[in-house]
Ligand binder design. Structure first.
Ligand code: 0X9
Ligand code: ZN
Length: 431
């Protein structure tokens, strides 16, 4: 039987809140905010501290997994791979005793383990207030509203649909002629962030890219993209999961959405819920697992809305879904060893991943080289719509890498996003 990852309820770091009286909204102000330490009198977090009771019994484990077949098999046994070391042939992630026993019974070797609280304390940056630069759902919403309001001639905001808990999934559209949901025949680019809840950097990158685009709207190249392209930015694709991850002032290491599963557990892995070899490999049928694929493909409102959004906009030619963390640029397929059947698309994927790799310093890689995982949003997006779809695994060590990482990650990724815009009118040019 496929199985088991205990729901993680772990306090390792303080909550994300804003300490600023007025929220900054231009890109330059946002950068300044990111790099300026909080002043005396600003609200600060309680000190980062792992809660012994909640972390009790959980370990950071390193397991031997010589190749991607073994990595895929581990995912199927319910082990959520958080780090891959391909050179050493190992993977690392979080497990309790029950899961470790289960993996041993399946002949996996646990090479090392240390209490999760100890590991978290070693890799997390030491903050209190530092993480206030990250945007929670309300702050993300407010910033997007403000960007749209201040640039109403070229930007508009609409909801692509509601989550299970009723939150709107916001989309900022940048287009000099069409507004809101009105169709456009201009070539489209779609930037999606944070479908995995705990990957908060994956909200910051597309969100601050949106702010940067608005600040730079009169630069010659940006101006051209705004008038010739149809640009969509959905920074937070899983707001219920994000809010759950940061509730009560402590991080929860929560990855999924907030689906109410039949066994009482919460959450479906949205990046296993798309209709692309759904739940065939690298996914778990056990609802408590972090890689649970859901009761059927597209069972979840969030994946349904992303599907419907893309299917209704067949002008979208390029797409990035932001995740963290591995410093990699992944291209299809991730659910199969096979290459995409269209030779031109394959060339385009390799070329653009390599170019964006140079701009970010991330490693370009066919997604299945990491491990095979089915139900992947970018595999589905490419197969269903033809949009050249890339998964960005942003940089960092840990899901909560602190504020200092944000500026560099945003700056690097703006370069890659602008590159993608530069090829969106004809991604096959020069091939
Ligand atoms: O496992 C995932 O969904 C992604 N990694 S993450 O750490 N952000 O969870 C990787 C998706 C890459 N796709 C495939 N290998 N199919
Ligand atoms: Zn992810």
């Amino acid at each position: 039987m496929k199985k088991i990852l205990l729901p993680l309820l772990l306090t390792v770091a303080p909550a994300l809140q804003s300490f600023a009286a007025e929220a900054p909204s231009s890109y330059e102000q946002l950068l300044k905010h990111i790099t300026t330490p909080p002043a005396a009198g600003d609200a600060v977090y309680p000190a980062a501290r792992a809660s012994a009771s909640q972390a009790a019994g959980l370990y950071w484990v390193t397991i031997k997994a010589a190749d991607k077949a073994e990595r895929t098999s581990l995912l199927e046994q319910g082990f959520d791979i958080i780090e891959v070391d391909r050179a050493k042939g190992t993977v690392s992630g979080i497990a309790g005793q029950e899961l470790m026993d289960h993996l041993s019974s399946k002949s996996f070797s646990v090479l090392s383990r240390r209490p999760l609280a100890e590991h978290a304390a070693a890799v997390s940056k030491d903050f209190p207030a530092a993480d206030a630069v990250y945007h929670n759902y309300k702050e993300t919403t407010d910033l997007l509203r403000d960007l749209a309001a201040r640039n109403s001639d070229i930007a508009s905001l609409f909801s692509i649909g509601k989550t299970l808990e009723g939150r709107d999934i916001w989309c900022l559209r940048v287009n000099s002629s069409a507004k809101g949901e009105a169709p456009s025949s201009k070539p489209g680019a779609f930037f999606l962030g944070n479908i995995h809840a705990r990957e908060h950097l994956a909200d910051e990158v597309p969100l601050l890219f949106a702010a940067w685009l608005m600040d730079h709207r009169n630069d010659a190249d940006v101006k051209k993209y705004i008038s010739t392209l149809d640009i969509y930015i959905v920074p937070m694709g899983n707001p219920d999961g994000v809010e759950y991850d940061i509730k009560n002032g402590s991080y929860q290491y929560f990855r999924k959405n907030l689906a109410k599963n039949s066994d009482g557990s919460r959450g479906v892995d949205l990046n296993r819920n798309f209709d692309s070899w759904w739940c065939e490999a690298g996914a778990s049928t056990y609802p408590g697992s972090d890689t649970y694929c859901g009761p059927k493909a597209f069972s979840e409102p969030e994946s349904q809305h992303i599907r419907d959004f893309m299917l209704a906009r067949r002008n979208i030619r390029t797409h990035i879904s932001y995740h963290s963390y591995a410093s990699e640029i992944l291209y299809p397929y991730g659910g199969s060893d096979s290459d995409v059947p269209n030779a031109k698309d394959k060339q385009a994927f390799i070329k653009h991943a390599a170019e964006m790799g140079k701009l970010t310093g991330y490693e370009p890689l066919k997604s299945s080289e990491m491990y095979i995982a089915t139900g992947d949003s970018c595999d589905w997006a490419y197969d269903a719509t033809g949009a050249l779809s890339f998964t960005f695994e942003l940089e960092g060590r840990g899901f909560y890498p602190g504020a200092a990482i944000v500026k560099g990650a945003v700056e690097r990724n703006i370069k890659a996003a602008v590159y993608l815009l530069s090829v969106t009118d004809d991604p096959y040019r020069g091939l």
